[in-house]
Design a protein around this ligand. Sequence first.
Ligand SMILES: Cc1cc2nc3c(=O)[nH]c(=O)nc-3n(C[C@H](O)[C@H](O)[C@H](O)COP(=O)(O)OP(=O)(O)OC[C@H]3O[C@@H](n4cnc5c(N)ncnc54)[C@H](O)[C@@H]3O)c2cc1C
Ligand SMILES: NC(=O)c1ccc[n+]([C@@H]2O[C@H](COP(=O)([O-])OP(=O)(O)OC[C@H]3O[C@@H](n4cnc5c(N)ncnc54)[C@H](OP(=O)(O)O)[C@@H]3O)[C@@H](O)[C@H]2O)c1
Length: 487
Amino acid sequence: MAISIPLRRLSRSFSAIASNPLRVCVVGSGPAGFYTAEKVLKKHERAEVDIIDRLPTPFGLVRSGVAPDHPETKIVTNQFSRVVQNEHCSFFGNVSLGSSISLSELRDIYDVVVLAYGAESDRVLGIPGEELKGIYSAREFVWWYNGHPDCSKLDLDLKSTDTAVVLGLGNVALDVARVLLRPTMELTSTDIASHAVAALEESCIRKVYLVGRRGPVQAACTAKELREVLGIQDLYVHIDEADLVKTPADEEELKNNRIHRRVYELLSRAASSGVASGSGRRELHFVFFRKPDRFLESEDQGGHVAGVRFEKTIVREELESGKQIAVGTGQFEDIECGLVLKSIGYKSIPVDGLPFDHQKGMVPNVGGRVLSDASGDEMQFEKGLYVCGWLKRGPTGIIATNLYCAEETVASITEDVEKGLFTRTPSSQQKPGREGLLQLLDSRDIRFFPFGAWEKIDQEETRRGLLKNKSREKLTEWLELLNIASA
Ligand SMILES: Cc1cc2nc3c(=O)[nH]c(=O)nc-3n(C[C@H](O)[C@H](O)[C@H](O)COP(=O)(O)OP(=O)(O)OC[C@H]3O[C@@H](n4cnc5c(N)ncnc54)[C@H](O)[C@@H]3O)c2cc1C
Ligand SMILES: NC(=O)c1ccc[n+]([C@@H]2O[C@H](COP(=O)([O-])OP(=O)(O)OC[C@H]3O[C@@H](n4cnc5c(N)ncnc54)[C@H](OP(=O)(O)O)[C@@H]3O)[C@@H](O)[C@H]2O)c1
């Protein structure tokens, strides 16, 4: 789509550009992107920061990851919005690194490029049957209930089965189990997507198996989130007491980890607590020491999942890492189900020209500086290229973790500025920064949306929410988002 506003007027609608500033582009407007922008602006009076995002809506996983029944967690978006109100900061929505603009183009335009575009793919198990229908990644399911425009049309069937298996025992696994099991009326006033409310209201899922390849001592979730799922009204919780038996190595692990200790205590208490009963009750089964071996295909409904075969495991210390890992025992067990959610971790996607560690799914870096070559004796860095957030550390950590992560990356940038890495010599050309970005987008007829366009979406979602007694009625379709943004 073409932009009809003359380029000169457009650039004036953004903040005033100081003479000879440090020109910074942050890719991604999740927590890592916003914390980076905030810290750059604080440290460098002369910086001009442009934040680009592939969506017309900002805030990354705070909008499309954080569960709808955690509204207090989303309050951080107020702080992020204040960052863009700084006259030296601008937001460009609907601009995608890799398709709207390449990394090398961005690096030509800006002194500093900070990649904070998160992890928008999934780890895979690589076992037979993974392509069967009825198997989704937790990311897809979460995007679906949170109204991300890329997953609003997910062909999720919650009516043909009463059993779901969730693989993994991290906080995302608990989020998705909670959304499946919580009485839907407790979600209707949240900002959950309306298509998800409709599907959950008709859902036949009554039984959720949360399956971990290791034991309760190694569960990756945290206590607050575990307490919340265990506290669902009238929920029957099953934990095999035999799984709670600890080895000396487990005792040692618990001694050194307060979070795991609290999680273990909660699981132990849940295992020995009373059983909720009644017809149509909802059930949550924690299953430990089971590693997925293959997905089983339905005999009646070809191409659809009918269960998961697990190999029983024991946990043993790995010599090199000293970590307790799951080791298969050669014994197998099946769990029948019609829906599987793989919650085994997100994964970042590389773009052309970006050094990338495919094994770890992240960008090799030291303190946020992108490493171009880690093989020789001396480390080689990509000049002016930095990373932050899940792309830098891998897909773990809460929102606040990205604040410390941004501090580290911005400290590296500051050090490089002070070393004179971006000082212009009479012969070196000044980078065009925002003007250059505007020109390039204009030449490609790429329609971008400033923060004001998001504010229109925000207002419309809030207005529609009020009519439905919801905190927000999210716009979940690309076309609708773009229409409201350009109104
Ligand atoms: C399901 C889920 C629930 C969570 N719940 C909580 C919680 O309750 N509390 C908590 O503290 N933490 C929670 N977290 C963790 C928290 O969301 C992350 O730590 C944080 O969002 C990571 O920040 P980020 O900026 O690295 O990535 P993201 O938040 O993913 O942001 C990345 C941004 O980059 C954009 N982008 C992607 N590709 C491109 C591209 N090619 N070009 C331009 N832009 C691009 C995306 O649109 C997005 O806006 C949750 C995580 C998940 C997955
Ligand atoms: N409310 C909140 O604060 C909140 C909510 C959601 C997410 N988050 C945060 O977001 C981050 C991401 O969460 P996450 O749940 O996606 O990741 P996570 O915490 O890393 O958990 C991943 C889970 O997947 C399992 N797993 C990985 N590979 C596997 C495989 N091949 N086979 C079987 N199991 C496998 C892991 O088991 P092993 O331990 O054996 O590897 C672990 O149980 C976390 O830091 C989390 O705390 C926070």
